[in-house]
Design a protein around this ligand. Structure first.
Ligand SMILES: Cc1cc2nc3c(=O)[nH]c(=O)nc-3n(C[C@H](O)[C@H](O)[C@H](O)COP(=O)(O)OP(=O)(O)OC[C@H]3O[C@@H](n4cnc5c(N)ncnc54)[C@H](O)[C@@H]3O)c2cc1C
Length: 458
């Protein structure tokens, strides 16, 4: 039931696309919640185990403070997930069997935003102090969640972040039209008021040595993300005009935030024909950003087959539905193609260091035992496409090989332990995933740290 601002209006700015539902519309939706005996939304769908039926019940009766209390029992940052979570919970809502699911994400957003408006979201007063100093490396959602829980439990927490500001991909990946950055700043202020220290512009392992980190802290948690970008090493890859999607998105977010005055010319879609390679969230974010920058044409190519409109037989409820999704950016225009493999980037004859297009081929997937094994080119389907900007949005292969020696071998146990007093959480531990999973993982690793600390004292 998401409502968006009209396309013509929203393409003129980077402000949030989604609008808040009216109280009446929300109540109508809340009336559809069945308060199921076995709430799959809570138990199977949500990685945070949000108490969705209970929250819905309170919100339906307008008991916002009580709904907020229920929400904050499990979710430290509902203002993030309420905006950008794909809402795994909704995939397992019983109402989704026949019509659209109860919009749990929008309810969550309404509850937390009303909480802020009513002054109900306050900093926690520390009631105890543990003799425990923790260094969290990386201020993405996983690091923020770990810091939040440990600080509230009484630990001294310092978060080291190599970027200029905290937030990870929340700040320098996800566009402002999905998540406005004031929302992150509001949360950081609360955390700082609770005593969490943030040292930004500090790369652990480079600007501060691991030896010094161990001197300062008894425990280190690596929440450095999975940021090694998957490349496309085909002829022409080094041409000017072929760039990584996350560099492109970060550049626009930095300009919006006033951190940079202009977008580097090679990362600007103004007046250009853009091809985005990769059909996921990052690719879709590039589509919306390219239109706002003034692209003349935007296409998105995905190598995997087009997903079905409805659940396939091997994807029954209450599993997450692997179906075709159309984001707000896709609604803004452009061409989407599936089953396309890009073979070569071609150079502009007048300026041979510059991109002027690409060659690609359609593929069909070889399937064995119901699994897609490999793409097979369709004979005679080769085609060319004019392009002056290609954005590679093909995912990530793991943590960046960086200055942190400890990050080279990230093979944690089930609780996120790498070695005594060294832990890992979020995308760095599990591979590229979702904000809600990173938050859940950060909370869990903080729980392990606290349990290990208690055990060491007994
Ligand atoms: C463009 C884009 C759009 C996305 N959209 C969505 C979405 O709509 N919904 C959703 O759920 N998920 C989305 N995701 C995925 C989501 O953002 C990630 O899964 C999530 O941010 C992972 O959190 P994290 O804390 O593990 O890592 P990150 O967010 O990657 O944070 C890691 C942090 O560690 C810092 N760091 C790394 N090394 C060091 C070091 N040595 N010293 C100090 N700091 C260091 C980095 O600078 C970074 O700030 C998107 C991802 C991208 C790239």
């Amino acid at each position: 039931m998401s409502e968006y601002r009209p396309v013509t209006e929203r393409l003129r700015d980077y402000r949030p696309v989604e609008t808040r539902p009216t109280e009446m519309a929300l109540r109508q939706e809340l009336n559809r919640c069945q308060d199921c005996g076995i709430p799959f939304c809570h138990a199977l769908g949500c990685p945070l185990y949000n108490l969705i039926p209970e929250i819905n019940l309170e919100a339906k009766s307008g008991r916002w403070a009580s709904a907020l209390g229920r929400l904050l029992e499990t979710s430290p940052f509902p203002e993030f997930t309420g905006r950008i979570c794909p809402a795994l919970c909704e995939g397992s809502c019983v109402q989704g069997l026949h019509e659209h699911p109860v919009p749990a994400r929008l309810v969550e957003l309404e509850v937390i935003e009303r909480g802020f408006e009513l002054g109900l979201v306050k900093r926690a007063i520390k009631s105890r102090h543990l003799d425990l100093s923790v260094g969290v490396i990386g201020a993405g959602p996983a690091g923020l969640a770990a810091a939040y829980r440990l600080s509230r439990a009484g630990a001294e927490v310092t978060v080291y972040e190599k970027d200029a500001k905290a937030g990870g991909f929340l700040r320098y990946g996800i566009p402002d039209f999905k998540l406005e950055k004031e929302v992150i700043d509001r949360r950081l202020e609360l955390m700082m008021a609770e005593g969490v220290k943030f040292l930004c512009g500090v790369e652990a392992g480079l600007d501060i040595s691991e030896r010094l980190l161990w001197k300062r802290h008894q425990v280190l948690i690596l929440t450095i993300g999975a940021r090694r970008k998957r490349d496309l090493p085909i002829p022409g890859r080094n041409l000017i005009g072929v760039s990584f999607a996350t560099d492109y998105l970060a550049a626009q977010n930095r300009v919006n935030a006033g951190e940079e005055a202009t977008i580097p010319p090679d990362l600007n879609a103004f007046g250009r024909k853009v091809v985005v390679i990769g059909g996921g969230d990052t690719g879709s974010d590039c589509v919306g950003t390219a239109w706002r920058q003034g692209a003349v044409e935007v296409s998105q190519y995905e190598i995997m087959p087009k997903p079905p409109k409805e659940r396939a037989l091997d994807n029954p409820w209450p599993q997450w539905p692997r179906v075709l999704r159309t984001s707000s950016s896709h609604e803004e225009g452009g061409f989407r193609r599936w089953g396309v493999n890009t073979l070569e980037f071609t150079a502009d004859p007048k300026s041979p260091e510059r991109l002027n297009g690409l060659k690609a081929v359609e593929v069909e997937w070889l399937i064995e035992n119901g699994r897609l094994i490999k793409p097979v080119p369709v004979p005679g389907s080769e085609f060319t496409k004019d392009a002056d900007l290609v954005l590679l949005a093909m995912g990530f292969t793991g943590p960046e090989p960086g200055s942190l020696a400890a990050a080279k071998e990230l093979k944690p146990d089930h609780h996120g332990r790498l070695s005594p007093n060294l832990y890992v959480a979020g995308d760095a531990a599990s591979g590229p995933s979702l904000v809600v999973r990173a938050i859940s993982d950060g909370l869990k690793v903080a729980g392990t740290v606290l349990a290990d600390f208690k055990a060491s004292k007994s």
